[in-house]
Design a protein around this ligand. Structure first.
Ligand SMILES: Nc1ncnc2c1ncn2[C@@H]1O[C@H](COP(=O)(O)OP(=O)(O)OP(=O)(O)O)[C@@H](O)[C@H]1O
Ligand SMILES: [Mg+2]
Length: 281
């Protein structure tokens, strides 16, 4: 089982869009068993994979969200489902997931992550990693959609992951952030003794044919740190991506062949890069 975080401290760069669609492509086109973890308090991945009714059903049926990984015995109450709830301690191996479809699982997110205070050093940042050890035999890939802010949630994702992918928009401001991100991940690696590796940087929400895109590619190609990490395929900007997300429509089921082909190619490259890394070890 390989665990990959999609990460960038810049907001709105398609971390969520890319992570859950690459997960879908791994499942639909490569027969892989995938689990998406929504560790972002904004819970956009969950909104893209579950309807509001499905989410309410999930909670009402005492199934779990990311918060149950961090809070043993936690049960959502006010504002999500009514009525008093008995909180009973829960073992990590008893976490109930949501099945998006066959071989595509989701550990849904929760707005309550905003309320959960968690200081680093308490050891709870290791709980996601511990949980993932319990599902080792059930999935081939775990994809973690992370929040855009450095936080205990981002740290938990990094601690759990073998690899990370950086989705980035090809504009000058977005590109300045990737060196900062690289530095912060480097610090975490040192502090926590992590082995996590970058498998690449995917250009997203791309307006092909623009000067900005051409310059971004040139800058990356001339940068020693990034030149070999840039995926040769990118995700083009297409309005249907944004329009169809809240209807739980994934790119592979859209009518836009160009979008589909980009996703298929990005996923292929994603697999190749992981395979190359494994062979190089
Ligand atoms: N290829 C695309 N074409 C057009 N719009 C896109 C594309 N990919 C993503 N978007 C839109 O851009 C916005 C940001 O995408 P997304 O939520 O995936 O980014 P994010 O990096 O996860 O954001 P956040 O930092 O808030 O978590 C969304 O409205 C999404 O629908
Ligand atoms: Mg997101």
């Amino acid at each position: 089982m390989k665990i990959i975080s999609f990460i960038n401290m810049k907001g709105g760069v398609a971390k969520t869009t890319l992570s859950l669609n690459v997960a879908d492509c791994l499942c639909s086109r490569h027969e892989q068993r995938v689990l998406v973890i929504d560790i972002d308090p904004q819970f956009n991945a969950t909104q893209c994979l579950m309807s509001a009714d499905q989410y309410v059903d999930h909670i009402e049926n005492q199934r779990d969200t990311i918060i149950n990984i961090f809070e043993r015995g936690y049960r959502p109450t006010v504002g999500v489902v009514d009525g008093p709830e008995e909180a009973s301690p829960k073992n990590l191996c008893d976490i109930n997931l949501f099945e998006v479809k066959e071989n595509y699982g989701l550990l849904p997110g929760s707005l309550d992550l905003y309320r959960l205070e968690m200081a680093s050093g308490e050891g709870r940042e290791n709980r996601l990693k511990k949980y993932l050890e319990t599902v080792e035999n059930f999935y081939d890939f775990v994809v973690i959609d992370t929040p855009p802010t450095p936080s205990i949630w981002m740290t938990s994702a990094l601690i759990s992951s073998d690899y990370y992918v950086i989705p980035v928009k090809p504009d000058p401001i977005s590109l300045t952030g990737i060196d900062l991100l690289y530095g912060i991940i480097g610090e975490k690696k040192e502090n926590y003794g992590l082995n996590i590796k970058c498998i690449g940087l995917v250009l997203t929400i791309v307006e092909d044919g623009t000067i900005v895109f051409r310059q971004a590619k040139e800058n990356l190609a001339n940068n020693d740190r990034w030149k070999n990490l840039v995926f040769s395929r990118f995700l083009p900007k297409r309005t249907e991506v944004a329009r169809q997300q809240l209807n739980q429509q994934l790119i592979l089921t859209s009518n836009n062949n160009e979008l589909k082909q980009s996703l298929v190619n990005i996923t292929k490259e994603f697999l190749e890069r992981i395979e190359d890394d494994e062979q190089g070890q």
